[in-house]
Design a binder for this molecule. Structure first.
Ligand SMILES: [Zn+2]
Length: 467
């Protein structure tokens, strides 16, 4: 067996790992590479592996950095199935076409800008279109959690709840040689989420591929996150400003909504319009409402008591572009939750453009900002900021509540590893900035005497019968 790490190797995005067995190849995830123009351009490079030997693609969860290049893979000629959990398929039906539209929209903006400058623009092409995304969706095979799914000659797969976003799974592969199991953690959720249940334990596999987004740090417990959110919203509204919350449309948005729901229903916030300005977030919120089985104990208890955690007075879900533009035309204070979460694309860039220079407004980060993304540049205090080719001085307050992360922190990652109840023969650390991956690898070596490697991009490991 050979394992090659084609993405999310010493970086956070572009998850893609390839497992070659004598009977065929399995690809785990096929994610978009995100984090600035240079990284984004890598998405256009041809796949560095042959597509005809791939038996199945297995998708851990719907986030674009795991799923976003599937339409490119299909366009390039991959003809097999894409296996994922039922809610992941639901969310991909929302996320992938939206990603296609964003690619098309960005291409149109670029053309407009080049035209303005009188430069050539006929070379600009979207990475893929909404149509391409629909073509990819036809390949999806939905599989329930915790039931082995037969992959024919390449073995079988089970999905275990990872608690990271709705549908997110730990991928448990049984390879053709019965004695070997390979587990891919996918992205592991944090304990203490308001909506979703925490990651479930798995039995110790022979080989483990593990994420390390927070591999080098523990989140400071910032106190009650709902209260922090309350304070920031209240102060901004009192100043007459707007709170812009860049947020992943899927997962984070619903977690924030559940907290605002608590604030509104306990009477702490009232009369404040809360816009969810993303058609995708709107659809994802509906998908969350359809899968309460994935909720935490607390959320399920409230639901049983008749409180829908994603519905409250003042919530306005905007879909059309006109409605989105109207939010900025109005001077009234409000909360705007908009995608994308790292400000790399989508409507949030327009809201930032309108609010960054307003001293009464506030940009509130509630999620991880990968190096090189517009979100990380703003968060680091850079001033002025360039958006759509123009410069904006930063006068708005820039705030962060880190504890909202959908990722387990270092201690939670170590606890999940310990709960395997043994040490895999080999472990590879992926999906983290280099320092985070190295740091988690060192901890696993010293605490558990594990054989751990942090692969480089496109690095291959041959695994013999004996490990
Ligand atoms: Zn994720």
């Amino acid at each position: 067996m050979k394992i090659t790490f084609h993405g999310a190797a010493r970086e956070v995005t572009g998850s893609c790992h390839r497992i070659e067995t004598g009977q065929g190849t399995v690809v785990l995830d096929c994610g978009m590479i995100q984090g600035g123009r240079k990284r984004h351009e890598r998405n256009r490079e041809p796949f560095p592996f042959p597509l005809d030997g791939i038996h199945s693609v297995i998708l851990s969860h719907a986030h674009i950095d795991h799923s976003g290049r599937l339409p490119v893979l299909i366009k390039a000629g991959y003809g097999g199935p894409i296996v994922a959990t039922e809610p992941t398929v639901k969310l991909c039906e929302i996320l992938l076409p939206d990603s296609g539209r964003i690619q098309e929209e960005d291409a149109r903006w670029k053309i407009k800008r080049l035209k303005k400058k009188g430069e050539a623009h006929d070379w600009v092409r979207p990475l893929y279109t909404e149509e391409d995304a629909f073509a990819a969706l036809e390949r999806f095979v939905p599989v329930p959690f915790d039931e082995p799914y037969d992959l024919g000659p390449v073995g079988s797969v089970s999905f275990v709840k990872a608690g990271h976003i709705l549908g997110a799974a730990i991928v448990d592969l049984r390879l053709p040689d019965e004695s070997r199991r390979l587990t891919f953690s996918g992205d592991l959720g944090a304990a203490g989420a308001r909506l979703l249940s925490p990651p479930q334990p798995v039995e110790c596999p022979d080989f483990l591929i593990m994420e390390s987004t927070y591999g080098d740090r523990n989140r400071e417990e910032p106190g009650d996150r709902t209260e922090l959110l309350h304070g920031i919203i209240e102060k901004t509204i009192d100043r007459g400003g707007k709170v812009v919350i860049p947020s992943f449309a899927v997962g984070r948005t619903q977690e924030i909504l559940a907290r605002i729901n608590d604030l509104v229903e306990s009477g702490k916030l009232s009369g404040v319009p809360v816009y969810v300005d993303s058609p995708m977030a709107a659809a994802a919120t509906e998908a969350f409402a359809l899968h309460p089985e994935a909720y935490s104990e607390e959320a399920r208890r409230l639901l049983r008591a008749g409180d829908r955690p994603l519905e409250f007075p003042g919530l306005r879900i905007t879909s059309s572009v006109e409605e989105s533009i109207a939010i900025n035309a109005s001077r009234d204070p409000c909360v705007i939750i908009s995608a994308s979460g790292m400000c790399t694309a989508g409507r949030v860039k327009h809201h930032l453009k309108h609010n960054l220079s307003n001293p009464n407004s506030c940009v509130l980060f509630v999620g991880y900002q990968a190096r090189g993304t517009l979100g990380q540049v703003i968060q680091s205090g850079t001033d002025p900021i360039r958006i759509f080719g123009e410069w904006y001085p930063v006068r708005a307050r820039i705030e962060t509540i880190e504890g909202f992360s959908a990722h387990g922190d270092r201690d939670e990652l170590l606890a999940w590893f310990e709960a395997l109840g043994g040490t895999p023969r080999r472990t590879w650390i992926v999906h983290g900035e280099e320092d985070a991956s190295e740091s988690l690898a060192r901890a696993l070596k010293s605490r558990f005497d594990a054989t751990v490697e942090v692969p480089h991009r496109d690095q291959t490991f041959s695994v013999s019968e004996h490990g």
